[in-house]
Design a protein around this ligand. Structure first.
Ligand code: 4AD
Length: 464
C-alpha cells in the first residue's frame, strides 16, 4: 500500500456553534457579547441589581449588572439570553462582569423551582437529579468527570494503548461472583429465547480486552459495567463505569503496577490542571485536605506491599489494640474494608498496592505464583476510599489455566475461546480495572459514589 499520495487531513478546532460559552467569553477580549445560560441567583437592590448566570462551562458563571426594570424579568432557574458589554469587575470574586443592555427570556422558570441560593444536602440534590447539575456541586462533578476521562485517555494515548470497545451483553461472568443481571426480551416466554443461551450485562470487559490484547498488544476499554450487588454502601453502584487496560509482553507485576500508578497520577495531574477552580471549590466546601492529599499523591510513588506483609502489619496492630478490627486478620482471609482503610489511611497515608493474594480468594484467570499458594494480582487502596483498582497478571499457560477452570467448575465449552488464546501464540500479559466513580471520589473529596455519576442506580433505586 502506497501512502505517499494520501493528503494530510487537517481538522478544525474553531467553534461551529453560534454562541460562545461563558468560559470562552471570559478569556477573550471581546466587549459586546451575548450570554446564554440559566439564572442562578438574582439580588435586587435599590439602584442596581445583580444576577448570576451560568451555562455550566465554569464554576462561577458570570455576574450581570442590570437596572431594576430588567431585573424584574429574571427569576432563579430561568433560561435567558443577555446582551451587554463585558467590563472589568471591581469585586474580588470575578475579573469581569456583564453590563446588561438587553434581555431575552428563553424559558421562564416556575416559582416551584427547588434550587435556591443556599446549601442543599446531597440527599435532597439526588432527589432532584434532573436539576442537580444546575447547582455548584453537580456541575463541578460533571466538569471533573469530563476532565478525568480526558486525562485518562491522554495517558493511554501517550503510552500507545488503543481504545477498544468491549460488549455490554455477554454470556460470561468474568469475576465468577454471580452478581450478574440476566437479559431477556420483555415478552419472551423462555429466559433464553432470544440468544438461545443465558445472556447477562457485563460485569467486566476484561476477557474481551484480553482477546484484543492478544492481537494489538496494548488496549483499553472504558464503559459502563453492571453488578447486581445488594450492598447498600457509599462505594457500590449497580451501574458504574470502569476503565480497563490490558497489556501483552509484560513478564511480571512491576510494569503493571507502574502503568496503574502512572494512569492514576497522570489523571490526577490533568484534573488539577484543568479544573483548578472546581477543586478549590471542593477543597473549601467538601474536604479541606483535598488539594494537599492530591498533591502528595502525585509527588510521591505509591506504596507497594504483598498481601502477606499486609497481614503481618494488621496482626501487629491487632495484637496491640485488641478491638481494633471486627474481622480476623489471619493469612487466607479476605481483607475487609476496615483493614483496607487502616492500611491506606493510617499505616501508609498514601495510595498503597497490596499484591499477591491467596489464590482461593481470587478469580480463575489470575496467574499462579511459583509458591503454589498465591496469585500475581493486586488491589490499589486509597486513603479514605479503599479499593480503587483491581488487576492481575493473567494465566497464560494452557494446562494450568485449564485446571483452574475445571477446579472452578466452569463450563469449558463456553470458555474454549479463552483457552484457545493460550493455544495460538500465548503472550505473557496482564491488566487492571479502575472504578471510575471511586476515582471521582478521590478527585472531589465527596463521600458517596451516588454523588459523582449523573443518574445513579443502586439496589432499590433506578430513577430517570
Ligand atoms: O476488582 P474488580 O471486580 O476487577 C475486575 O472486574 C477486573 N476484571 C478488572 C480488570 O482486571 N480488567 O473491579 C475493578 C474496580 C474495583 O476496584 C472498584 O473500584 C470498581 O471496579 N467497582 C465498583 N465500583 C462501583 N460500584 C461497584 N459495585 C463496583 N464493583 C467494582
Amino acid at each position: 500500500i502506497n501512502t505517499r499520495f494520501i493528503q494530510k487531513a487537517s481538522y478544525t478546532t474553531k467553534s461551529l456553534l453560534p454562541n460562545k460559552t461563558i468560559k470562552t467569553l471570559l478569556k477573550e477580549d471581546t466587549q459586546q457579547v451575548s450570554v446564554r445560560g440559566w439564572v442562578r441567583s438574582v439580588r435586587k437592590q435599590k439602584q442596581v441589581s445583580f444576577a448570576t448566570v451560568n451555562d455550566g462551562s465554569t464554576l462561577k458563571g458570570i455576574q450581570a449588572i442590570l437596572n431594576e426594570k430588567d431585573a424584574q424579568l429574571l427569576t432563579t432557574g430561568a433560561c435567558v439570553e443577555l446582551q451587554g458589554s463585558l467590563i472589568e469587575s471591581p469585586g474580588k470574586e470575578q475579573t469581569k462582569e456583564l453590563q446588561v443592555s438587553g434581555i431575552k427570556v428563553l424559558g421562564e422558570c416556575d416559582s416551584t423551582y427547588p434550587l435556591q441560593k443556599k446549601r442543599h444536602t446531597n440527599e435532597f440534590l439526588r432527589s432532584i437529579g434532573h436539576l442537580r447539575m444546575r447547582g455548584n456541586t453537580g456541575s463541578a462533578v460533571l466538569r471533573v468527570r469530563n476532565a478525568a476521562s480526558e486525562g485518562i485517555r491522554d495517558f493511554f494515548r501517550e503510552q500507545e494503548f488503543i481504545l477498544t470497545n468491549t460488549p455490554i451483553l455477554t454470556s460470561h461472568d468474568c469475576e465468577g461472583g454471580g452478581e450478574v443481571f440476566k437479559i431477556t426480551p420483555v415478552d419472551s416466554k423462555e429466559p433464553t429465547e432470544f440468544f438461545k443461551k443465558p445472556v447477562y450485562l457485563t460485569v467486566s470487559g476484561q476477557l474481551h480486552a484480553e482477546i484484543m490484547a492478544s492481537a494489538m498488544s496494548r488496549v483499553y476499554t472504558f464503559g459502563p459495567t453492571f453488578r447486581a450487588e445488594e450492598s447498600l454502601t457509599s462505594r457500590h453502584l449497580a451501574e458504574f463505569w470502569m476503565l480497563e487496560a490490558e497489556m501483552a509482553f509484560i513478564d511480571d507485576m512491576a510494569p503493571l503496577l507502574d502503568v496503574t500508578e502512572g494512569s492514576v497520577q497522570q489523571t490526577t495531574r490533568y484534573v488539577m490542571d484543568q479544573c483548578s477552580e472546581d477543586l478549590a471549590f471542593f477543597n473549601q466546601w467538601v474536604d479541606k485536605s483535598l488539594l494537599e492529599r492530591l498533591q502528595k499523591s502525585v509527588d510521591k510513588p505509591f506504596v507497594r506491599m504483598t498481601y502477606t506483609e499486609a497481614i503481618d502489619v494488621l496482626q501487629k496492630v491487632q495484637d496491640k489494640e485488641k478491638n481494633k478490627f471486627q474481622y480476623p486478620t489471619t493469612w487466607g482471609s479476605s481483607l475487609q474494608s476496615e483493614h483496607e482503610r487502616y492500611l491506606a489511611s493510617e499505616y501508609c497515608q498514601q495510595p498503597v498496592f497490596v499484591t499477591d493474594y491467596p489464590s482461593e480468594l481470587k478469580p480463575f484467570y489470575m496467574r499462579a505464583n511459583e509458591d503454589g499458594k498465591t496469585v500475581g494480582c493486586f488491589d490499589l487502596l486509597l486513603p479514605g476510599i479503599g479499593e480503587l483498582v483491581g488487576g492481575s497478571m493473567r494465566e497464560e499457560r494452557y494446562s494450568i489455566l485449564e485446571q483452574k477452570m475445571k477446579d472452578a467448575k466452569m463450563n469449558m465449552e463456553d470458555y474454549q475461546w479463552y483457552l484457545d488464546l493460550r493455544k495460538y501464540g500465548s503472550a505473557p500479559h496482564g491488566g487492571y480495572g479502575i472504578g471510575f466513580e471511586r476515582l471521582l471520589l478521590w478527585l472531589t473529596g465527596l463521600e458517596n459514589v451516588r454523588e459523582v455519576i449523573p443518574m445513579p442506580r443502586w439496589v432499590g433505586s433506578c430513577k430517570y
